[in-house]
Design a protein around this ligand. Structure first.
Ligand code: ADQ
Length: 475
């Protein structure tokens, strides 16, 4: 932050890049949130003396800017009712299922929408206060789709980028939203709108043409006031070298051996790692594995399945139901197919540090990523980055954004249980040469396209929109 208190680069995201912790002496403190977005944006933020605006989590009223881990942070507060309506409601029970192929039924409530507008305005007003003249503001994700237009109205001098981390649905589904036009107009406040895949960008442009009536040509929307908005794909990635380095470390190697020992050294280990979310396809994946055991293709000495599921959005009804479903399914599969001391499925409902995840990735022979719909899916890329040994198989859903880049995975349709079973079996039986051939090609993709390159590309293209306008930031 400059002495004037403003910044030339402002990141606006639902969450701050830090989590609240308790220091050993009992005082409150902060530590950086795990996750790729934070590590990608942190260097850019530092290089530009930027500011990050976000919700610290929890209901607390403190809105004073503070510094943590050398970053300038501006907290946005929410009341318990706003958390319920804006975050759990409109963001996670309306938009999330609607944008993920309605795999769960989206709920439409007018009070939730009102709250969404209120909170988006709160973020926009704060951004308008802290951004320097002609600064760049980068707004993130589905919780904040109205911010670009609100901010542009307050501060026409700004250069505004928006990035959507989740899929953008086809018109046929988006149309259900009672506030569809407001969302499209909200996004159009940006100069550049980034999506994971070009199909999503095309969905958006088509909707703008049909619903808002603006002229479009390829990936550009022409607004009546002469402004243009570009909608394009910027597939996100991970800190690939960081994961590889972690996977190569002695501690991680030791821990991977420990994990295999603890599982009874089966011939092959299958692994699933997800937030416990109904879009991730956990249920069907476990069923497919259980049927392979039931069909006699292998028993618990040959293969086990480890499912690590991070607790997620537990205040939302659909997520509580999912957790019960998975609990019951795991119980039934282990009851039917486990032996004393040897369950068929090892189910961990917990979140682990990156080092521990890297050890699981190294220990696992077959990584099973089967979302019904996913913007990208970073787990698939993390697995590949950790397999510097060029071994390990990836079974990947066609409906994850990552499938566009990781073509050498065993690609599956997660709705097709038989297809999934035969892919799991092929991956289980694949010989070393086959595994190496596939993994080498996927590693080339993941190591060459990391999250720093993603941020750099987005900011460079944002700087190129309306070149005569505003200052540029250093990517
Ligand atoms: P998510 O839906 O959260 O992200 P994903 O891309 O897989 O999905 O990212 C999850 C992250 O959490 C990964 O870094 C993973 O390692 C970590 N994680 C998962 N389970 C964990 C566990 N038990 N313990 C520790 N860490 C765990 C959203 C979109 C995605 C998009 C990303 C980034 O839904 O489609 O890829 O944002 O844009």
């Amino acid at each position: 932050m400059s002495t004037s208190g403003g910044a030339d680069l402002v990141i606006v995201a639902n969450r701050l890049p830090v989590d609240r912790i308790e220091n050993p002496d009992g005082s409150p403190g902060w530590r950086p949130s795990p996750g790729g977005l934070v590590s990608a944006l942190e260097p850019v933020l530092r290089a530009n003396d930027g500011i990050w605006i976000g919700w610290p989590g929890g209901a607390d009223g403190d809105t004073a800017p503070f510094e943590a881990e050398g970053l300038d942070l501006v907290p946005i507060s929410m009341t318990p009712q706003e958390i319920e309506e804006f975050y759990e409601g409109f963001s996670n029970a309306t938009l999330w299922p609607l944008y993920h192929d309605v795999v769960a039924k989206p709920e439409f409530h007018r009070e939730w929408w009102d709250s969404y507008v209120t909170i988006n305005r709160r973020f926009a007003e704060r951004a308008a206060e802290v951004a320097n003249e002609a600064a760049t503001v980068w707004v993130h994700d589905y919780q904040l789709q109205l911010v670009p237009a609100m901010l542009r109205e307050l501060r026409p001098d700004l250069r505004i980028g928006f990035y959507l981390h989740i899929p953008f649905p086809p018109a046929e589904l988006f149309q259900q939203l009672p506030w569809r036009r407001q969302i499209l107009e909200g996004l159009l406040g940006a100069d550049l709108i980034g999506f994971q895949l070009s199909g999503a960008a095309q969905n958006f442009v088509r909707l703008v043409r049909q619903r808002v009536g603006h002229k479009t040509h390829r990936d550009v929307v022409y607004l009546p006031d002469g402004r243009t908005v570009r909608a394009a794909a910027f597939p996100i990635s991970i800190d690939s070298a960081g994961y590889e380095e972690l996977a190569r470390s002695e501690e991680v190697a030791r821990r991977a051996t420990e994990i295999r020992d603890a599982l009874g050294n089966p011939r092959k280990i299958f692994l699933g790692v997800d937030r416990l979310d109904y879009t991730k396809g956990i249920y069907a994946r476990l069923r497919a594995f259980a049927e392979l055991v039931a069909d006699g293709h292998f028993d618990v000495e040959d293969a086990v399945f480890v499912q690590v599921a991070t607790p997620s959005r537990e205040q939302v009804e659909q997520y509580r139901l999912l957790r019960d479903d998975i609990d019951r399914l795991v119980g039934r599969i282990n009851g039917d197919h486990g032996q004393i001391g040897r369950p068929a499925i090892h189910y961990l409902h917990a979140s682990y540090p990156r080092e521990e995840m890297a050890a699981y990735f190294r220990a696992a022979d077959i990584m099973v990523v089967t979302p019904l719909r996913d913007g990208m899916n970073l787990v698939a890329k993390e697995y590949v980055a950790c397999r510097f040994d060029n071994e390990g198989a990836l079974v990947l859903s066609e409906f994850a954004g990552a499938a566009d880049e990781l073509r050498q995975a065993w690609l599956i349709n997660p709705y097709d249980i038989n297809g999934m079973k035969s892919a799991l079996l092929d991956a289980y039986r694949a010989d070393g040469r086959e595994l190496t051939r596939r993994m080498k090609a996927m590693r080339k993709q993941v190591m060459e396209h990391d999250v720093a390159a993603w941020a750099d590309k987005f900011l460079t293209e944002l700087a190129a929109v309306r070149p005569s306008h505003g200052k540029s930031v250093r990517p």
